[in-house]
Design a protein around this ligand. Structure first.
Ligand code: FE2
Length: 418
């Protein structure tokens, strides 16, 4: 463990002018002071050198049980979601506790090196042994000094379309899952899909847990389980604890339906996770040209006052062979794909991988404020625009007053070019 820092000096903060000193005591922020000019950092202080200091990145949606298995036992050659699920069904049969723990920890270490300190992972519970789920409960404890991990009981092959699906969901919650998931668009029938949403909401209320549903991850404009989830959340007054992930079909809904849907979404107050890299890769697979992007309506949801965040979904698994753990890459792709490169969108872009992710995870103690845990990161750039242009890994990551990561970024010289 590195020693406790006394302060971070020469920090810029999102939306504020000038330089700041962030003081820390007992692992929490104890003061945030405006500076008059630059300060020389002492040995107990971290010098942000005028770069932006932000609350840590939040990864709201990753499948750690499948991470780093791309090509095992064979590659997803079509690149479709459904071949991915078939590949995974074969790989899942080979899972062991050690296998899951090893790959999950390797991935989380990669995330921590990129300033991510909060992670929500979906873990497939359509497995009678619940091998991955039990291993992930162990991982959550093993990594707690570095990352806060939430575990979603995720029924990859359906709740009502898989033998003993409902029992497996209950068992997963009893074994320690924090969040209940679902996949209504993948159930055998529309009726199963609707029933699965009601069932998972009943379970969530009975166990007083959060909800995060893979919802309408398909280009079918008739896939309308989001309205079912939102109506259930509204009638139970549960909206701030419910996250809808993917909602790709919204990309294909017509405007008349969307205008009715948005009224319900605003009343329900759900959280949304968009997965731009993954869904650009997986969606539009049944289209000729033009091909749909298949990403949910991010700017429209934001403008409606709803919380939307971006996640990676996969790191080198049967669905997506790429990924490096750097959420700035995901953010960059998402901003391009969603037509969000207007300057106001750029200036507020970091909320998509920080504050809005914290809202999706229902975090109560997140952010840079006196009294909160001293968790933050130093980004390469004086403002969000520069950070996005630089695309650098984080310069530092601080957790509970200790430095987890520190790196130097130097400008490469071009030999002979003065
Ligand atoms: Fe997912």
């Amino acid at each position: 463990m590195t020693p406790h820092l006394e302060a971070i000096v020469n920090a810029r903060l999102v939306g504020a002018d000038g330089l700041y000193t962030l003081r820390m005591a007992s692992g929490r922020f104890s003061a945030i002071e405006s500076q008059v000019g630059e300060l020389n950092a002492s040995a107990e202080q971290l010098d942000a050198r005028g770069n932006l200091v932000s609350a840590p990145f939040v990864e709201p949606h990753i499948h750690l049980d499948a991470a780093l298995t791309a090509g095992e036992p064979h590659w997803n050659r079509s690149g479709t979601l459904f071949e991915g699920i078939e590949c995974w069904a074969e790989r899942k049969a080979l899972l062991s506790r050690e296998d899951v723990i090893g790959r999950a920890e390797q991935t989380l270490k990669l995330f921590a090196a990129h300033g991510i300190q909060y992670v929500r992972t979906h873990v497939d519970v359509t497995d009678p042994q619940l091998t991955a789920l039990q291993a992930m409960v162990e991982v959550r404890e093993r990594v707690r000094d570095f990352v806060d991990l939430q575990i979603v009981a995720f029924p990859q092959e359906g709740i009502l379309s898989f033998p003993k699906g409902p029992e497996l969901m209950s068992r997963a919650l009893e074994l320690g899952a924090d969040v209940i998931g679902g996949i209504p668009h993948f159930e055998f029938t529309r009726d199963y899909g609707v029933e699965s949403v009601k069932l998972l909401m009943d379970l969530a209320q009975a166990h007083d847990c959060l909800v995060d549903v893979h919802c309408d991850e398909i280009d079918d404009p008739q896939s309308r389980f989001l309205e079912v989830l939102a109506a259930e959340a509204l009638s139970r007054d549960y909206g701030s604890r419910v996250t809808a992930s993917h909602t790709c079909a919204m990309h294909s809904y017509d405007q008349a339906y969307c205008s009715r849907l948005f009224r319900l979404l605003q009343k329900a107050g759900l959280r949304f996770v968009a997965l731009p890299t993954e869904n650009l890769h997986l969606q539009g697979r049944f289209d000729g040209y033009p091909k749909r992007r298949g990403i949910t309506r991010v700017p429209e949801l934001l403008d409606a006052g709803l919380k939307v965040c971006f996640g990676q979904d996969s790191i080198r698994d049967p669905w997506y062979p790429m990924g490096n753990g750097n959420l700035l890459r995901t953010l960059d792709v998402g901003l391009h794909a969603c037509h969000m490169l207007g300057i106001e969108r750029i200036e507020s872009a970091l909320e998509l991988v920080t504050d809005n992710g914290a809202a999706a995870l229902n975090l109560s103690d997140y952010g840079i404020a006196v009294g909160r845990p001293a968790r933050c990161m130093v980004l390469h750039g004086h403002n969000p625009y520069q950070v996005l242009l630089n695309q650098s890994p984080v310069l530092a990551s601080v957790r509970d007053g200790r430095c987890l990561v520190q790196r130097q970024i130097s400008q490469p010289a071009v030999a002979g070019w003065e």
